[in-house]
Write a protein that binds this ligand. Structure first.
Ligand code: KG4
Ligand code: ZN
Length: 360
């Protein structure tokens, strides 16, 4: 008989320092008791992207206070926990080490189970925390570091349908914004600028559209943006708006085309499902234009679209605590000599993709 488990989660794989406490009841119903995220975006903005060394130092500065606050918000002491879970990868090694060493220390001092969690698994299983959704379902993960389509078959069982062969989608938004002097992070800035733009003025390629498989590519699109901007004598606000609108339309065209292939594949492999589900996670899921495109493609293939709340779509520790609790409930724990992993594919069987690196 499963028992009720309470787990502290710690996330520090990129530029968010986060701590949360999640309780999983014996019947598997999760409850988030606290959830705190401290974004370092402002620290990195002047550099136009995340600086790994700065990120690691900021995690060290803020981690202890954040954990204390998460425990206070949950109204618990460490001895009332069953386990401590920290993101062990994939991500920036310096930051991962900060979170994982902190988790191991707490686990050791209070004789608790320790769990090193795959960050991607956190994103993949979030709909269980937010909507009580059980696998199987299709997941589109679009963040600053990852762009993947994954079939979530069961807890711990993932099939990667596709990944980016170069830039992540959020990275493409950020680079486009940088080219157009829109600041960092670029996604929200590009979306804002695109609102008043004419998407038909500049023609951008929809990367890999019509190609088989479910992979992504965004570096050519970024180059096309640079070429269009350089081809103009002087780039005014109208030009920026039109380029952003064109870029966004190309992105949506490409993503929905890749999803078209993924949905056909998923439906064939899960023909027993009456209403298959597509879940979107990652910071780019906040983009309204993309959401509209996803609604359309879901309608065409009769999928239900689930977009978890933005604070749980982006990096957070509640998803880490939740995966920790799920694994602990199955009697699964990690040793205290576990190492962090810069690269940690969700689907180790997935076909290797050249140049994908940590994004695979
Ligand atoms: O998941 P996330 O918060 O952090 C990680 O990458 O781990 O995603 C951040 C990314 C950034 O690249 C940011 O530019 C992008 O998500 N983003 C957006 C929007 N809001 C955030 N991209 C497009 N449209 C948005 N509204
Ligand atoms: Zn993430």
């Amino acid at each position: 008989m499963a028992k009720c488990l309470t787990v502290l989660g710690i996330e520090s794989s990129c530029d968010e320092t986060a701590a949360a406490v999640v309780r999983l009841s014996a019947d598997g119903t999760p409850k988030t008791l606290s959830n705190i995220v401290l974004s370092q975006t402002a620290d990195h903005a002047i550099f136009g992207g995340v600086v790994p060394e700065l990120a690691a130092r900021a995690h060290i500065t803020h981690m202890d206070a954040l954990i204390k606050q998460a425990m206070q918000d949950a109204g618990l002491t460490f001895d009332q926990l069953d386990g401590v879970a920290a993101t062990a990868g994939p991500g920036l090694v310096g930051g991962l080490l900060v979170g994982m060493m902190t988790a191991k220390s707490i686990a050791m001092a209070h004789d608790l189970s320790f769990l090193g969690i795959n960050h991607l698994e956190g994103h993949a299983l979030t709909p269980g925390l937010t909507e009580g959704l059980a696998p199987p379902y299709l997941l589109l993960l679009v963040s600053g570091g990852h762009t993947q389509i994954v079939s979530v078959e069961a807890v711990g069982e993932y099939i990667r349908y596709g990944t980016t062969i170069d830039d992540a989608l959020g990275e493409a938004f950020d680079k486009t914004a940088k080219l157009l002097n829109l600041g960092y992070p670029g996604g929200p800035a590009v979306e804002r600028a695109a609102q008043s733009g004419d998407a038909t003025r500049f023609k951008f390629p929809k990367p890999l559209k019509g190609k088989p498989n479910c992979n992504f590519s965004f570096s050519g699109l970024k180059t096309a943006v640079r070429q269009k901007a350089q081809g103009l004598e002087k780039v005014n606000d109208k030009d920026v708006a039109d380029i952003c609108a064109g870029f966004q339309a190309a992105v949506v065209g490409s993503v929905t085309d890749r999803l078209n292939n993924a949905m056909i594949q998923f439906s064939q492999q899960h023909s027993n499902l009456s209403e298959p589900v597509l879940v979107v996670a990652g910071g780019v899921a906040a983009n309204q234009h993309l959401r509209a495109g996803l609604q359309d493609i879901c309608q065409q293939h009769r999928f239900r679209l689930i977009v978890p709340p933005v604070n749980l779509c982006t990096d957070n520790a509640a998803m880490i605590a939740y995966v920790g609790a799920l694994r602990l409930q199955r009697g699964d724990v990690d040793e205290l000599d576990m190492s962090v992993r810069a690269r940690w594919p969700l689907d180790p069987q997935g076909t290797p993709v050249p140049f994908a690196g940590v994004k695979a």
